[in-house]
Design a protein around this ligand. Structure first.
Ligand code: ZN
Length: 200
């Protein structure tokens, strides 16, 4: 039987639902909470609620945003003619950190994964095609991960983008197979973007 109080035990059960948080980590977080000031804990709890209430997806690119359009889509200095397609919002953050990209993004919110039963219809692909149809997009850069799912997704996108007759390229040089974009360092990402190869 647990020696913790009922409220601690309940919080542990909730914390271990977080990705990467096991029981030991949950216990450490609770120790931190117990040692922190009431104000700090209040700020933390409010912060979680505020993120949940305010953060939504950008209506254009599906990046995380607190307004209809994310900051990148709103920025008049970004080149709206080049779209970099990524799997998740954290990939946008990784590429932005590299500081070498001035175009806009399209976040698919996943990748094609037959093993997990995820097909093209589970991703935000229609929105991408709609953007290509309606806007003057002159180039699409496929920056999905360098693993099997990412490559499968890139191949599928190449196929559906082909009829639009715009240049489509794939980043890759410098990224080892299996690499997750969000964990690649800025220099590698800059080089991968620079050395993208044309597919169409
Ligand atoms: Zn956006």
């Amino acid at each position: 039987m647990s020696t913790y109080t009922e409220s601690i035990e309940r919080l542990i059960e909730n914390l271990i639902k977080f990705p990467g948080v096991g029981r030991r980590s949950a216990e450490r977080i609770i120790t931190y909470i117990l040692n922190a000031s009431a104000q700090e804990v209040e700020t933390l709890a409010q912060g979680i609620i505020r993120v949940k209430q305010n953060v939504r997806l950008c209506k254009v690119c599906n990046n995380l945003s607190e307004e209809d359009l994310c900051r990148i889509c709103q920025n008049p200095h970004r080149n709206k003619e080049i779209v970099c397609v990524v799997e998740k919002p954290s990939d946008v953050t990784a590429i932005e950190k590299s500081g070498s990209y001035r175009g806009v993004y399209h976040v698919l919110l996943g990748s094609i994964s037959p093993l997990e039963g995820k097909g093209p219809s589970d991703l935000k692909i229609d929105g991408l095609l709609e953007r290509v149809k309606q806007n003057c997009i002159k180039e699409v850069i496929l920056a999905t991960d360098a693993d099997t799912e990412g490559e499968t997704t890139a191949m599928y996108l190449t196929k559906v983008l082909k009829p639009f007759a715009i240049p489509v390229s794939r980043i890759g040089v410098g990224l080892p197979f299996g690499a997750n974009l969000e964990y690649a360092d800025s220099t590698t990402l800059s080089k991968a973007l620079e050395s993208r190869r044309s597919i169409i």
